[in-house]
Ligand binder design. Structure first.
Ligand code: UT7
Length: 333
């Protein structure tokens, strides 16, 4: 069967909380310094929610903007795929809240829990549904509220300074144009699960969360930063090269790489390995920190708003994170 149906990104949107938390603000909460955070991660500030804002609230705001920019109304969306590891509730996921609150038909809606690679995983799934003609217009979202999961004391400082809240969304639409998702590649290696994970609440435990677990801090995310860093600087270039090879492209054909915003030093190491300058590797981690599944769609939306993406440009999205999972996507704009 010849498949020539493709998917294009018809509109992008993003939403971050108003509350800016600077490195100086964190100095007041834990034993850390602006100098340490900037030199180790590149982060100057991040956005954290206040009150009872949930991941779905940010996701819905980002989705509204993406749909408006795509010129698509809620009734035209025929699937919602939301990437998040921080849904409002233990179940169900945020995709059904998006479906309901934006007034969509009773369409398929589901969440993907692939952490930092989540948005590319969701994009890949949406792309397959469009190529096989199951769906015409899919809303793909990456959204997280990480701040409420963090231990904001000295004990949790290695994680607490890195993460931020936010959401990004893309409307993916069927087309037959040059402007399309060219390929996606997804990977995982579950043997590294405990290098970056959050144990509780857990279905292995009865009750799923106990006082003992809380006292031991097993409900906080934890990471072996050095191991994650070491693997990230290999997996990012590998995933990018896989995208290039699949499309017979060279790195010189790529206008912009949009990596998951994990650490500015990781992006710099990737640029060095690929022998390209940092103006071709988009970064906004300075202002938002690591927003997990939201970081790529936020970066994509901002890069477009800043005029860094032009018609016909080749873009490569790449991610690495918990699982471990890693992924890439090649897009012609
Ligand atoms: O999005 C998912 C993917 N995530 C990533 O890709 C993150 C990958 N890892 C990293 O980005 C880096 O490993 C970190 C930014 C997390 C840490 O940087 P590092 O250069 O690997 O530092 P380290 O973990 O080796 O810690 C160095 C020192 C330690 O003290 P000692 O043992 O040398 O005395 C830490 O206790 O820095 C200390 N430290 C801090 N000091 C001040 C750890 N966190 C902090 C902090 N403020 N917030």
């Amino acid at each position: 069967m010849r498949i020539d149906r493709k998917s294009e990104i018809a509109g992008l949107g993003f939403s971050v909380p108003d509350r800016i938390v600077t490195n100086k603000d964190l100095e007041a909460l834990m034993d850390t310094t602006d100098e340490w955070i900037v030199s180790r991660s590149g982060i100057h500030e991040r956005r954290w929610v206040s009150g009872e804002t949930g991941t779905s609230d940010l996701a819905i705001a980002a989705s509204r903007q993406a749909m408006e920019r795509a010129g698509v109304n809620a009734r035209e969306i025929d699937m919602v795929i939301a990437a998040t590891i921080t849904p409002d509730y233990y179940f169900p996921g945020i995709s059904v809240q998006i479906q309901d609150q934006l007034g969509m038909h009773s369409i398929g809606a589901f969440d993907i829990r692939a952490a930092c690679s989540g948005f590319i995983y969701a994009l890949s799934v949406a792309d397959q549904f469009i190529k096989t003609a199951y769906a015409k217009t899919v809303l793909v979202v990456g959204a997280e509220v990480q701040s409420t999961a963090l231990n904001v004391s000295t004990e949790g400082r290695d994680m607490a300074v890195l993460f931020g809240d936010g959401a990004g969304a893309a409307v993916l639409r069927a087309g037959h144009n040059e402007r399309c998702v060219l390929s996606t590649h997804l990977h995982s290696q579950g043997k590294y699960l405990k290098e970056l994970w959050c144990e509780g609440p857990a279905s292995r435990c009865n009750p799923r969360i106990s006082e003992e677990m809380i006292n031991e801090g097993r409900h906080y995310p934890s990471m072996n930063g050095r191991e994650v860093f070491r693997q990230a600087v290999t997996r990012f270039p590998e995933a990018i090269c896989e995208a290039l090879d699949a499309n017979s492209l060279s790195i010189d054909d790529v206008a912009l790489i949009i990596p998951h915003q994990a650490n500015l030093r990781i992006s710099q190491a990737v640029a060095k390995k690929l022998r390209i300058s940092m103006d071709r590797v988009y970064s906004n981690i300075q202002r938002y920190g690591n927003t997990t599944a939201a970081s790529i769609p936020i970066a994509l939306a901002e890069a477009l708003d800043e005029g860094k993406i032009k018609e016909g440009d080749i873009l490569i999205l790449a991610a690495f994170g918990a699982g471990f999972t890693w992924a890439s996507a090649a897009i012609r704009w």
